[in-house]
Design a protein around this ligand. Sequence first.
Ligand code: FO1
Length: 321
Amino acid sequence: MITVLSGGVGAARFLQGLVQVVPQQNVTIVSNTGDDLEMFGLHVSPDIDIVIYHLASAEGGSASGGGLVNPETGWGLAADTFHTLDALARFGHDTWFSLGDRDLATHIHRTHLLRRGHTLSQATAEIARAFGLDVTILPMTDDPLRTRVETPDGLIDFQEYLVKRRARDAFRGIKLAGIQDAKPAPGVIDAITAAEGVIIAPSNPIVSIGPILALPGVRGALRQTKARVIAVSPIVGGAVIKGPAAKMMKGLRMEVSAWQIGWLYQDFLDCLVIDNADAADRARIEALGLDVVVTDTIMKGMAEKAALARRVVEAIRRKAT
Ligand code: FO1
């Protein structure tokens, strides 16, 4: 079993490659739910849906192409329409979060299951199955936990910070509302301790991986597991391909570098996969006590995604350089 700690788009693209080289039944994904939000009374789990839409295919099996996701945005469904959102605007509803008509069906179904007493884990398993997936997708927690961003104007809900305010406010840190009562969802700790390898996906270390690591027992399980723990750096050439990770790292006075990723995970990490463009960081990362794999981490097409996944799986199976 390979377990992947996952955020949204970067992780989903990596997972498209992973399922080309490892059977889906052998992959467990632990998904960040700190980005979840409620819109129009519906429970939206962006990171879970981003992964499902990337991995699902129109034929029902796993995607060998781009999946069902909207290829332009990396979230939502390809060729979706927005009639419902437009109609809601007439009633004065907020429409800054673009929920497509077919995407809404996912949120309606999830909310329906939750109202009938299903846990988020059960609802997620049911949705993944309906999309024809054989991977196991575990929300990091079934408990309500929401990432809030500290800004000079106070605490702002994560999606409001990222989407409504377009990450313009200065970033001072995050608070995880509900963390004091949250526990990892059933299966999360086992997925770390019983795995052959644990992969930290190329996701934002602060707001995507950070909330998973903050859950009680997760970091300890990563330190203690016999599995090799490997991270793929989301930093390429000292920059971030997409999203606010660089701004957030700078806001926390961190370096925007592959080394910084190794530093953040050094207490549990065995190996860091970095891009060729960051090869100069190798010695500094090794000085943290980590193995380093230097390769092409830019996932342009399916061939590059599969090649990266193959390198990571090789590094799990034998000590690689
Ligand atoms: N991101 C945006 O930048 N704008 C949107 O309007 C938006 C809508 C949206 C709807 C459903 C969904 O699953 C994701 C959506 N996202 C949108 C992406 C999402 O908010 C973030 O990319 C993730 O939370 C980051 O992992």
